[in-house]
Write a protein that binds this ligand. Structure first.
Ligand SMILES: Nc1nc2c(ncn2[C@@H]2O[C@H](COP(=O)(O)OP(=O)(O)OP(=O)(O)O)[C@@H](O)[C@H]2O)c(=O)[nH]1
Ligand SMILES: [Mg+2]
Length: 312
């Protein structure tokens, strides 16, 4: 009888799905299994794809999966949908079941609920990546709607971030959300069959060319696609390959990116663990809240005391 980590390493999809559910539920016994899986991983190419609702992310991912499958790669897709907060994931579930790849043993598609009202990635996203990586999926794609925190969170996981935009019915690059241009390693202008798309793509390329130079020297390309026909997907694949080839040529930048990601991940996990520990019902925090309100103790004092494991 294999333990769960061994089963996952042997490619057991049901064991992987179960482990993911446990990770999502915050079951701390999974940590022991993930420890084994982390050491077995490190080879997968992790792509993050984000952009406004309805821009065509799933369509593009579907097309990319088809191409990767043709070249013999196994692909895992993690789909994080903030709307699952409202619908309980029903809409997403339907959408995924409709995917033409859902019956393919070389493809693993998993939907995850977004975290909280601000729409950050699911806390277990990193664990999903660890599991799929250990299972030997060559490419792992994380799709998330670009709202709130999710597009920033995707930076903590992806080796390459694809930012998908459409022409918004005009050419106004200013309409691309402030602060988000910097996260993209590759820009995708989808729905290039629509009016204004060429102009928008040119304007975007202009903005990128005039932006601050990146430390790794990479100039994010702008690739135009038509998701529904697959037009531009070969160029997109070429851009992704070029980006990863660049990282092999200049490993320092890639290593620095990995360091930032691991740092953020470890701090997030420690933060969550600390919150769980400090905020248990009937704990020292609860017991001292009224003392803070009565001004017998101040918030700083109580926080410091909790960190030291006592109560103010
Ligand atoms: N005309 C046109 N329609 C497209 C193109 N790509 C996708 N669509 C359509 O746009 C709609 C939304 O596509 P999705 O792939 O679901 O978009 P999404 O970004 O994944 O959407 P959310 O996950 O809900 O944010 C669908 O009806 C697609 O068929 C394209 O290049 N041109
Ligand atoms: Mg989608």
């Amino acid at each position: 009888m294999l333990n769960p980590a061994e089963a996952v390493l042997a490619g057991d999809r049901r064991a992987a799905a179960r482990m993911l559910s446990r990770a999502e539920a915050g079951d701390e016994t999974v940590a022991e299994q993930l420890r084994v899986l982390w050491r077995a991983g490190g080879r997968a190419r992790i792509l993050g794809i984000t952009g406004p609702p309805g821009a065509g992310k799933s369509t593009i991912v579907d097309g990319m999966v088809a191409r990767l499958r043709q070249s013999g790669q196994r692909v895992a897709v993690i789909s994080v949908d903030p709307s699952s907060l409202l619908t309980g994931g029903a809409v997403l579930g339907d959408r995924i079941r409709m995917s033409r790849h859902s019956e393919d043993a070389g493809v693993f598609i998993r939907s995850m609920a977004a975290r909280g009202a601000l729409g950050g990635l699911a806390p277990a996203t990193g664990d999903a990546v660890t599991i799929f990586d250990a299972m030997g999926f060559e490419t792992i794609i994380i799709e998330t709607v670009g709202v709130g925190q999710s597009e920033m969170d995707i930076l903590s996981h992806a080796g390459a971030v694809l930012l998908l935009q459409t022409a918004h019915g005009g050419d106004d690059v200013q309409m691309v959300k402030a602060g988000i241009l910097e996260i993209a390693d590759i820009f995708v202008v989808n729905k290039s069959d629509s009016a204004g798309s060429d102009k928008f793509a040119r304007a975007l390329a202009e903005v990128v060319a005039h932006g601050a130079a990146r430390a790794d020297g990479w100039v994010p390309p702008v690739v135009q696609t038509i998701g529904v026909s697959g037009s531009g997907l070969a160029e997109l694949e070429g851009a992704i390959d070029a980006f990863f080839a660049r990282q092999v040529e200049s490993p320092e930048a890639a290593l620095e990116r990995r360091r930032r990601q691991v740092r953020a991940r470890v701090l997030a996990l420690a933060d969550a663990a600390l919150r769980r520990r400090l905020a248990q019902p009937g704990d020292a925090l609860e017991a001292r809240l009224d003392a803070v309100i009565a001004r017998e103790c101040d918030p700083h004092e109580l926080a410091a005391a909790l960190m030291q494991g006592g109560a103010a």
